[in-house]
Design a protein around this ligand. Structure first.
Ligand code: OSB
Ligand code: MG
Length: 368
């Protein structure tokens, strides 16, 4: 495999509904898209780095610089067997997983298209329909939260995740549990708590949550070990897991019982599959997280979610929940049963809408 051309594009997209987490409010996304031409096929990837270094240290601007300055110079000279080799070729670059992952994913798409097979089959996926939950941002009032949950359940979504932060945690959970006693419910704190908050987090136990996602420090699985010992509710790690080594340490230490997988956070399909395999061996369920992606990143998340051990509903949902008009054709839709039917076309199985992408592009570099 030979990468002939790599196009970096920044597009701007406005969210249908602003999304608030413990680390901030997002109304407009700046999204870095990668278009890779290899062996006569064109593949697409999305770098999921945020606008600022608040979820992880990477941002769209650091990713742009790393890809242009370091990823491209390595790959342009390389002749490799398959997209599965990209991860090890990029090993000299420490960190910057989102930068690597966006390019790696584009090459997986190109390779699958070149072979004329769906990406999900190419990576070893086993299911043609994936289960979907939703991630709901912090709402100004409990009434608004309740009506949002009601709407998402009516649309068919199989589990509800709400964002929490100090001062906005037990009350929303109690309210939702009272109103919806039977739903699959979970919370995501995005590292907003400290070890001293353990008693408060124990206060969530009566509400039989499926899991508490990333309550403590973004890079601190050690503190999660003590917390998990105190809690019946499983801890799910998101931010903390940026490599196979971290996943192994977190599992062995007992820092979590569930792992949220994100392609960008771990650096692409190769590390994601390794972590997936490890979790399967250790009987740790995994599910696919989301990063407010455009249709391109969403399509990759759908493919990833077809791997066997993705046994819980992910944060992979319909295009319309995010965008008035997505940049892929067809847009992603969800069935009344809260599932997405995995596409059968080659590569990611969705076509990028070039005109729509061009219209939203504010910066572009073609490397060849
Ligand atoms: O922690 O899972 C997270 C969005 C941006 C950054 C981090 C997270 C999220 C979400 C949204 O929860 C998931 C989605 O894309 O719907
Ligand atoms: Mg999370």
């Amino acid at each position: 495999m030979k990468l002939r051309r790599l196009t970096l594009r920044e597009i701007r997209m406005r969210l249908v509904t602003p999304f608030e987490t413990s680390f901030g409010l997002t109304t407009d996304r700046r999204i870095l898209l990668l278009e890779a031409e290899a062996d006569g096929a064109v593949g697409w990837g999305e770098c999921v780095a945020g606008e600022g270094p608040f979820y992880s240290p990477e941002t769209i601007d650091t990713a742009w610089q790393i890809i242009e300055g370091f990823v491209w110079p390595i790959l342009r000279k390389a002749q490799f067997e398959s997209a599965g080799d990209v991860w090890s070729l990029l090993q000299p670059i420490r960190g910057h997983n989102m930068a690597k992952g966006g390019v790696e994913a584009a090459l997986w798409d190109a390779e699958a298209r070149h072979k004329g097979v769906p990406l999900w089959r190419h990576i070893g996926g086993v299911r043609e329909e994936i289960a979907c939950g939703v991630s709901i941002g912090i709402k100004p009032t409990l009434d608004e939260l309740e009506s949002t949950v009601e709407r998402e359940l009516a649309a068919g979504y199989q589990r509800i995740k709400i964002k929490i932060k100090p001062g906005n945690d037990v009350a929303p959970v109690a309210r939702l549990r009272e109103r919806f006693p039977k739903i699959r419910l979970m919370v995501d704190a995005n590292s907003a708590y400290r070890s001293e908050d353990a008693p408060l987090l124990r206060g969530l136990e009566p509400y039989y949550l499926m899991m508490i996602e990333q309550p403590l420090g973004w890079d601190d699985f050690y503190s999660h070990v003590a917390l998990q010992r105190l809690l019946q509710t499983p801890i799910c790690l998101d931010e903390c897991i940026h490599s196979e080594e971290h996943a192994r340490a977190a599992i062995d230490l007992g820092a979590c019982r569930i792992i949220n997988m994100k392609l960008g956070r771990v650096g692409g399909f190769t590390p994601a599959r390794r972590i997936h395999d490890l979790c399967k061996e250790r009987q740790i369920p995994v599910w696919c997280g989301g990063m407010l992606e455009s249709g391109i990143g969403r399509a990759h998340n759908i493919a990833l979610s077809t791997l066997e051990n993705f046994s819980l509903p992910g944060d992979v949902t319909a295009s319309r929940r995010y965008w008035d008009e997505d940049i892929i054709e067809p847009e992603v839709t969800v069935t009344r049963q809260g599932t997405i039917r995995v596409p059968s076309g080659p590569g990611i199985g969705f076509e990028p809408r070039r005109e729509a992408i061009e219209k939203r592009t504010v910066r572009k570099v073609v490397l060849e």
